[in-house]
Ligand binder design. Structure first.
Ligand code: 5GP
Ligand code: ZN
Length: 137
């Protein structure tokens, strides 16, 4: 349930201090030390799961409900104009801490946080290939 070499296990357990916006039996929500914007927070389960694919389904469902609750409070308290929920899985996808977490990122007009991607092009053939591969899985 807990990995002794994992920094987020230690933060979630309160063994390493953090600025905590919320805590319950399953989660801790802390401020990110390298924020994309003012108030950027991380929702961290107290139990260790490396990523989304390892995450317990019941806890995953509760994670989204909790993220919604805290994001709503943050949006109001910080007067944010919008909000991103970001969740990275795997090094290639930007994951640097291998303990499942969700980024709660308040957005402000003109903040230039740079979270969005540049849209590429696709083809009907590629879309059909993806459809066939995923639905056939
Ligand atoms: P990832 O890149 O894995 O999706 O996100 C990891 C996040 O954890 C980064 O945004 C990084 O700034 C944050 N982070 C890494 N180490 C610490 C830490 O010790 N304390 C806090 N509060 N945030 C951390
Ligand atoms: Zn962990």
């Amino acid at each position: 349930m807990v990995d002794n070499n994992c920094i987020f296990c230690k933060i979630a357990a309160g063994e390493i201090p953090s600025t905590t916006l919320y805590e319950d039996e399953d989660f801790r929500v802390i401020l990110d030390l390298g924020p994309a914007t003012k108030g950027h927070a991380l929702l961290i389960p107290k139990a260790h799961f490396a990523d989304l694919f390892a995450l317990d389904d019941t806890l995953g469902a509760k994670a989204l409900v909790t993220a919604k609750l805290i994001a709503s409070r943050m949006k109001k308290a910080l007067k944010a104009d919008g909000f991103n929920l970001v969740q990275n899985n795997g090094e290639v996808a930007g994951q640097t801490v291998f303990h499942f977490h969700m980024h709660l990122i308040p957005r402000y007009k003109g903040d230039k946080a740079g979270i969005l991607w540049e849209p590429k092009t696709t083809t009907p053939e590629e879309m059909q290939e993806v459809e066939r591969l995923v639905r056939g899985c």
